[in-house]
Design a protein around this ligand. Structure first.
Ligand code: ADP
Ligand code: MG
Length: 238
């Protein structure tokens, strides 16, 4: 599904967290919001998910204005930075949870959990509890739980930031392969890490103080930054 912003603004009191954002994210695109801490990236994702309502403008998913559509009625999955798993549930039940909540039949739940676990290489972990897993394994479980319903739009908020450097680099490629190449979902990914953005994105929106400064492919951002903020952030040599 495509996702668009038309003149979207979000304020928290006097603070303008998101300022007049206009964007069109294509179906199947791997789209990255890149910006420093506090630039409004999470707020943008939360607006797409329906966890925040914009003060001005429209959010459009698949051609429909969704400003007032309940989060549970949007065909969207969200993975947060700290990907909290349910500690008292086995991995299997963590992954099955979104389907159980929606009262899927037992057989279908079983098939879908196994499929998701297979994709993320965690079938051998299904009977374990979260505390028995490493950070990277927990992250895979969180991803399996998010893809189990095969959402059309996938939102990820700094999903790799709690992992060690080596795993982070490996998961960049795996995530893109899974979401973009295998599932062909529309993925909207937030990070402050320019290397992550440059290696994963089809297109990047560089965000500063709530505003979209430039939207382009990694190559074009690198070669044609519109200003010194983008150049500095992308790391273009002088
Ligand atoms: P980022 O994800 O890029 O670090 P955020 O979207 O979390 O940035 O925040 C953007 C700005 O909005 C920050 O200044 C933050 O403090 C502020 N902010 C975010 N959420 C709230 C909230 N619920 N109440 C008040 N201020 C908020
Ligand atoms: Mg954030």
């Amino acid at each position: 599904m495509s996702v668009s912003f038309k003149g979207v603004t979000k304020r928290f009191g006097d603070l303008i967290a998101v300022k007049n954002v206009n964007l069109e994210i294509q179906k199947g695109e791997f789209f990255v919001f890149l910006g420093p801490s506090g630039s409004g990236k999470s707020t943008l994702l939360r607006i797409i998910a329906g966890l925040e309502e914009p003060d001005e403008g429209e959010v459009i998913i698949d051609g429909k204005v969704v400003n007032r559509v309940d989060p549970s009625k949007r065909d969207i999955a969200f993975v947060f930075q700290n990907y909290a798993l349910y500690p008292h549930m086995k991995v299997y039940d963590n992954i099955a949870f979104p389907l159980k909540m929606r009262k899927y039949p037992r057989e279908e739940i079983h098939t879908k959990v196994l499929e998701a676990a297979e994709m993320l290489g965690i079938r051998h972990l299904l009977e374990k509890y979260p505390y028995q897993l490493s950070g990277g394994e927990q992250q895979r479980v969180a991803l399996a739980r998010a893809i189990v319903r095969r959402p059309k739009v996938f939102l990820l908020d700094e999903p790799l930031s709690n992992l060690d450097a080596k795993l982070r680099v490996r998961l960049r490629f795996e995530l893109r392969k899974l979401l973009h190449d295998q599932l062909n979902t529309t993925t909207i990914y937030v990070t402050h890490d320019q290397a992550e953005a440059m290696t994963m994105a089809d297109r990047i929106a560089v965000i500063n103080k709530g505003e979209v400064v430039q939207v382009d492919t990694p190559g074009r951002l690198y070669n044609n930054p519109v200003n010194t903020f983008v150049a500095g952030f992308i790391g273009t040599p002088p």
